[in-house]
Design a binder for this molecule. Sequence first.
Ligand code: SAH
Length: 408
Amino acid sequence: MKSVRLLPGKERSLLRRHPWVFAGSVARGKADAGETVRVESHEGRFLAWGAYSAASSIRVRAWSFDEAERIDTAFFERRLARAIGLRSRLPIQSSGVRLVHGEADGLPGLVVDRYGDLLCAQFLSAGAERWKSILADQLLAATGLSRLYERSDTSARLLEDLPAQSGWLRGQGQVDGDSDSDCGGDGDTTTQISEHGWLLTLDVAQGHKTGFYLDQRDNRAAFSRWLKHLGAQSVLNCYSYTGGFTVAALAAGVAEVVSVDSSAPALQRVASHVALNGFEASRNTCMDADVNATLRQYLQSGRRFDAIVLDPPKFAPTAAHAERAARAYKDINRLALMLLSPGGLLFTFSCSGGISADLFHKIVAGAGIDAGVNAAIVQRLEGACDHPTTLEFPEGEYLKGLALLKLG
Ligand code: SAH
């Protein structure tokens, strides 16, 4: 077993069971990509077993802090069983569930989403890549499913010097004869889930991430409840993607939704979701446009909305991008606060790891001042419970949001 020895004093975060070792903390020791290494303090004390990553600035990701534990197939079987077992204890009202959420499930670099009878996984680190084939078999065994699609085509792989890879890892994905289902293109990669009783389709091959934003599940339900309670009639769903919040709004009885996104395929799916859930097409308008420009146009034209969702893409992947991102967040929030009807509801989010909940609060507060709008925080929002954050790894917390009510 190869070992990686840390510089003096650099053992502290591992002793607190934080799973990352940065390159700058390493005194010596090398291994192959993804190989298991023993991480030890400068004095030679055992700290963790981890996966070595030669290319990444996160040089080792810890698998285990228990010296007696062996990192073998049984180890991964146990970790997967723990992750999947946790989900069975969570109150999830959907057939779309995140089964494995990387570091938070003790499996750094592995993300697995279950959509009905289809699994979609991302192998984002050298360690996860090295164990891929074993993990794939174990995932099928643990779930009793037969189809696993791989979406390891994110920029995170580049940092690990791993090529982008996507395609069927297990199972071929049967093409069923159901021609009137919403299957575009590669039909066998399309599937349907039921979230809070709403039917939503997705394509694991073409969609964003693994096909769908499961992390917003609870926030979509909360939004629907708020709209119903407030009797909201008009909703602007910004960065709608495939319209999860649009369906939530229509289900609440809102008369009119405008869904804005810059992705035409996503908007096609919004329209199909409106029909699939039995809502009249005329209640939703899809706008293939830039959100910022759209907000400005509406403001100029005097149009107002009873509720607005702002769920932009990651403006700040890391803290280094925070300043520029802060300006972008502030701008859209300022415009949205101005566009709200008096008493209106804003659901505003940031999924940027580089923007803390505290900073996001400050940014939105600044937007309110610039807009000349006073608003009350009526709910704090976060990722769904199948995207857990562990006590030791607060970096895992990426999605944060605020529900605001505009004061008169
Ligand atoms: N709220 C969605 C997820 C949003 S993901 C849900 O619940 O499923 C972010 C979306 O923003 C993506 O669909 C992307 O296509 C879109 N997007 C990114 N930049 C944009 C821009 N400048 N204007 C409009 N849409 C944009």
